[in-house]
Design a protein around this ligand. Structure first.
Ligand SMILES: O=C(CO)[C@@H](O)[C@H](O)[C@H](O)[C@H](O)COP(=O)(O)O
Ligand SMILES: [Zn+2]
Length: 196
């Protein structure tokens, strides 16, 4: 087996997924960034959640909000719900793993906050529960999914935004998700600080 060919295949597939996503999702990313800026300027915050690679994405996003992305600016209010190992293990152990994010949303979320829900399949039960909890709290949802959007695609409300990556392979969807997250960070900074 030619491993270089195989690696080239990953690059080509990733490029194709990104090209298709650009054509489909750029306007929705701009709207999501506008909603996030409005939320942050109104004393709101963004809660982010996901499993596995998407947990890393939630943490990555929150770090770039609270710290910085590319430009110097005051920190912005965002929390990864996938990062506190004590909360995750306590809720998972004492209640149910399906509740690890929703319990945190109910504890921390307020009307006007935004939930950034990340799931490549759109079917992770704990992310779905977090969306129910966000709706209950009067929060809107920005959902990053892939494949057919899964159950998440069906339960979003008209106030929510669905960024569904048109790809089937989890790795490719994750690669587009991190690009979408960086594009969101850049658009938020551009609105707050002006573009160069
Ligand atoms: O990073 C990867 C695969 O690339 C895995 O860790 C993956 O994130 C996990 O299997 C997740 O549990 C998948 O959940 P989801 O994206 O379907 O919500
Ligand atoms: Zn991965």
């Amino acid at each position: 087996m030619d491993l270089i060919e195989r690696v080239n295949g990953h690059f080509l597939e990733s490029i194709a997924a990104k090209q298709a996503s650009m054509e489909l999702l750029s306007p929705a990313v701009a709207v999501a960034a506008e909603q996030m800026v409005a939320c942050l300027m109104n004393e709101g915050k963004i809660l982010a959640c996901g499993n596995g690679g998407s947990a890393a994405d939630a943490q990555h996003f929150a770090a770039e909000m609270v710290g910085r992305f590319e430009k110097e600016r005051p920190g912005l209010a965002a929390i990864s719900l996938a990062t506190d190992s004590s909360a995750l293990t306590a809720i998972g152990n004492d209640y149910d793993f399906d509740m690890v994010f929703s319990k945190q949303v109910r504890a921390l979320g307020h009307q006007g906050d935004i939930l950034l829900a990340i799931s490549t399949s759109g079917n992770s039960a704990n992310v779905i529960e977090a969306i129910y909890a966000a709706h209950e709290r009067g929060m809107s949802v920005v959902a990053l999914t892939g494949k057919d959007g899964g159950k998440i695609g069906e339960l979003l409300s008209p106030d929510d935004l669905h960024l569904n990556v048109p790809a089937d392979r989890t790795a490719r969807i994750q690669e587009v998700h991190i690009l979408l997250i960086h594009a969101l960070c850049d658009a938020i900074d551009c609105m707050l600080l002006g573009g160069e």
